[in-house]
Write a protein that binds this ligand. Structure first.
Ligand code: ZN
Length: 269
């Protein structure tokens, strides 16, 4: 079961990443006794440790595309998931450009050495699915400067979650993302301030209307969004769509399930 969402970083884009105006750690899901980390950018592992989370409880690393604010700390999490690269363990999922050599982008983001460490490695394109630890992971279509970029639909059978990283809005990307309990959108800019291959709030509103989620989290903010600020934009979104909308802040935790189950407590000796 997907129990909790943790915002390891609510920042995105080049400028926010360079200046660390917000953390760029990506997201983490507590799933049963382990943790899935999604799109861990620079500083993710630091914030993860500072939050008191046990990095050895990581059992899944998911990477949507080959931009550094989404993958730089992934190899560290792979080493943590494999108990310091000692045990073949865990799951690594990534877009084709993250895990394979592709003509127009060159070497994959993750080294061959790190790809050999996890128990399960899956390179995905939109429409692909994999089931790991009773969680169904489906790759969603996106429209981004990395043409191989994907989103993720995570489903434990009770709490489907749809996550769109950087993408342009187009109705064709919605397929397979409909009616989640939680919709997570990377929204770079406020209002109607369009930027190619990214979402602004007006685009996000269109997506919410079509996808009709129970709840929305907006995150991965650029500089203009931080000035808006995101909370005000989330409020406007909620008013227009009628759907509860939250603006992410660093370290935010959202409980998705109340049942308590202790996390894996393995530590290095
Ligand atoms: Zn990107």
């Amino acid at each position: 079961m997907i129990r909790e969402l943790i915002v390891l970083g609510s920042g995105g884009s080049r400028m926010v990443t360079i200046k660390q105006e917000r953390r760029t750690g990506g997201l983490a899901f507590i799933i049963d006794d382990g943790i899935f980390v999604i799109d861990p950018g620079p500083g993710s592992i630091s914030h993860f440790n500072q939050m008191g989370l046990n990095p050895f409880s990581v059992k899944g690393v998911l990477i949507s595309h080959r931009h550094p604010d989404h993958y730089t700390d992934a190899e560290i999490y792979i080493e943590a998931a494999t108990r310091g690269a000692n045990v073949k363990r865990g799951l690594l999922v990534g877009a084709k450009s993250v895990l394979e050599h592709v003509n127009d982008l060159g070497h994959p983001a993750i080294s061959i050495y790190h790809k050999r460490l996890p128990k399960v490695v899956k390179s995905m394109i939109a429409g692909d699915t994999i089931v790991y630890d009773k969680i169904k992971i489906k790759a969603l279509k996106t429209l981004h400067t990395d043409p191989y970029a994907i989103g993720f639909r995570l489903d434990d059978g009770k709490h489907p979650i749809s996550y769109f990283p950087d993408t342009e809005f187009n109705e064709e990307i919605i397929k397979g993302a409909e009616h989640p309990n939680l919709l997570i959108l990377s929204v770079l800019r406020p209002g109607n301030e369009k930027f190619p291959y990214h979402l602004c709030i007006d685009d996000a509103i269109k997506m919410v209307k079509i996808i009709s989620p129970k709840k929305v989290l907006i995150t991965h903010f650029g500089v203009k969004m931080l000035r808006a600020p995101p909370e005000k934009e989330a409020e406007r979104m909620a008013k227009v769509t009628g759907v509860d909308t939250i603006a992410a802040v660093d370290g935010m935790r959202i409980k998705l399930l109340e049942t308590f189950k202790p996390l894996d407590t393995w530590t290095e000796s």
